[in-house]
Design a protein around this ligand. Sequence first.
Ligand code: KG4
Ligand code: ZN
Length: 391
Amino acid sequence: MQNPKLIKRILAIETSCDETAAAVIKIKELRTENLDSKASVLSSQFSILSNIVASQINIHKKFGGVFPEHASRAHSEKIIPVVEEALTKVQSTKYKEKNKDNIDLVAVTTGPGLIGSLLIGVNFAKTYAYAKNLPIIGINHWLGHIYSCFTEKELRTENLELRRKNSQSSDLSPQISNLPSFPSLILIVSGGHTGLVLMKSHTNIQPLGETLDDAAGEAFDKVAKLLGLEYPGGPAISKVAQKGDPNIYKFPRSMLDRKDYNFSFSGLKTAVLYKVQELTKRYPLNAIRSQIAYEFQQAVIDILVGKTIQAAYEFKPKSICLCGGVSANKELRQQLKMAVEKLPSKTSYHVPSMELTTDNAAMIGIAAAYQDKSKYTTWDKINADANLKLD
Ligand code: KG4
Ligand code: ZN
């Protein structure tokens, strides 16, 4: 294994579900300081030299969801071309990297996810690290989503307004950067997971609550199917919801009356099912689709925003971050932003750029860039774990 002291370029690989993804991250500056017992990275400046995603949407569309065996087959077909493209792209005119094999560390998603999918990325990453004699680091998929908020350039537009509003405050002054400050409250919303996390430092990440049944993205996908819309359901629902009106139908906002930070979306999904069954006896699906989509989307947003704000009152975070595939939803991004602005104490708001919302490898590379060197290991110590927990 090479001496891991100077890590400049990270090859990151992500295959936990239905996207085969590879990225190269270049670390420009890494500032570390002893915050707690372990050395913590305080800020990191990097460029995403390449971020390649081969989506399997067309394969899974006909099943209305991810079909695991087809997913792993597609990953094994795509992994080499996708990594090759990510490595080659670094030589583009924009970055002008001379050598496409100039990699110092391999980062790979080891879980959670579909085991057949994870294994393709993990085995490829292990082989690459072995063949090139490189250190390797396993990254939890949710940690990747969290770190999609720890990029500077993409956050500027959405934070600009907040910064202007609080222009007297030094915390958000432009020279200090617009990275989240600790403690940060993170809302992770994707197809496989929905939960709230309190991040006190890069080494202190505490889950506050999670979904007891379906993830929010999963609910979007299932309701889309009920409404005759294609997989993935999130973008399809948000598109038709634009034509819907408020106050036509009313669906439940579950768990908002509870003090804990768990979520539940299965009751909402069942309420939509019953409503669609009742209404389609009288009307064609076309006539009710946008109203149902509107109210379903708003119910999900009310639950997510309500729980996040409830946690913000208790934990008084300096920053609130939204991440995961569902964070691509513009209404959710906007409504959470408005709720954060109304909090009594100054709180910055961070969302990833659109390309970092759904599964990608850049977020895995960014998470790796922030990890302590003690987590670097060798190819023979890395394994996929479908049920990996955030620790
Ligand atoms: O993070 P992600 O790519 O994969 C997992 O880690 O699960 O999230 C995928 C989920 C899907 O359920 C998809 O329907 C949802 O993100 N999604 C959206 C939107 N775009 C993607 N949900 C709501 N609105 C969107 N615009
Ligand atoms: Zn994901």
